[in-house]
Design a protein around this ligand. Structure first.
Ligand SMILES: [Zn+2]
Length: 215
């Protein structure tokens, strides 16, 4: 049974992806982000093309689609020593399925209040030309509306407006958060981390909470 089988949970904009990547690198474990599993699909395989078309039309992947991808990913041998899983399970039904694929040892829940999540996301801007990312409060461009690197025009992603963020937060609290008590009942360790702190401090707190000794 794996002792380093970590689930990362956090609202969009909580910084969980960044933390997962860093943790995986430090501990030498694979970082499995479901978003990347979809990006890596070979579109020349008919069944994949169907899924990719579905998503590109703005639909959320179905439980069956995500479960199938995760099952394939977890057949690879590199997960045997542990993993940081990020973006899955998104709801209790996926958690029920995943129970038969792998036994989770720990959940790392990065907690950030909704008001802060909204502030983080609605201030994001992206360069139209080079895709560089900015934040009006934390990483503002030198000239308003213009990319520092290539002078390209900055824009706001469609999903980063206040209404879309509110909807994502409702989904997160209603569908994803219940995954935590589901695992708690199975005896999984839950680490609640204060995500309002600086990313470096969040990282330190996670390592301390899971009892990882830096070499
Ligand atoms: Zn640019």
């Amino acid at each position: 049974m794996g002792e380093n089988n970590y689930l990362m949970i956090g609202a969009p904009g909580s910084g969980k992806g960044t933390q997962a990547k860093k943790l995986a690198a430090v501990m030498g474990l694979p970082h499995i982000a479901t978003g990347e599993l979809f990006r890596d699909l070979d579109p020349n395989v008919p069944v994949n093309k169907k899924i990719l078309d579905w998503i590109s039309q703005g639909n959320l992947a179905t439980d069956d689609q995500v479960n199938a991808l995760v099952k394939i990913r977890f057949a690879k041998p590199d997960v045997q020593n542990g993993y940081f899983l990020d973006g899955y399970p998104r709801n209790v039904s996926q958690a029920e399925y995943f129970k038969n694929i792998s036994q989770v040892s720990d959940i790392i829940y990065i907690e950030v209040p909704d008001s802060e999540i909204e502030k983080r996301i609605v201030n994001r801007r992206v360069c139209k030309s080079c895709k560089a990312e900015y934040h009006l409060l934390f990483i503002p461009p030198k000239v308003a509306g213009q990319c520092d690197k290539c002078n390209g025009e900055l824009y706001q992603r469609k999903d980063d407006n206040p209404e879309a963020v509110k909807k994502r937060l409702i989904d997160f609290h209603g569908l994803t958060e219940p995954v935590i008590p589901f695992y708690e009942k199975l005896g999984v360790r839950i680490h609640r981390i204060d995500g309002l702190q600086k990313p470096e401090k969040v990282f330190e707190d996670i390592l301390e909470s899971i009892g990882y000794e830096k070499k």
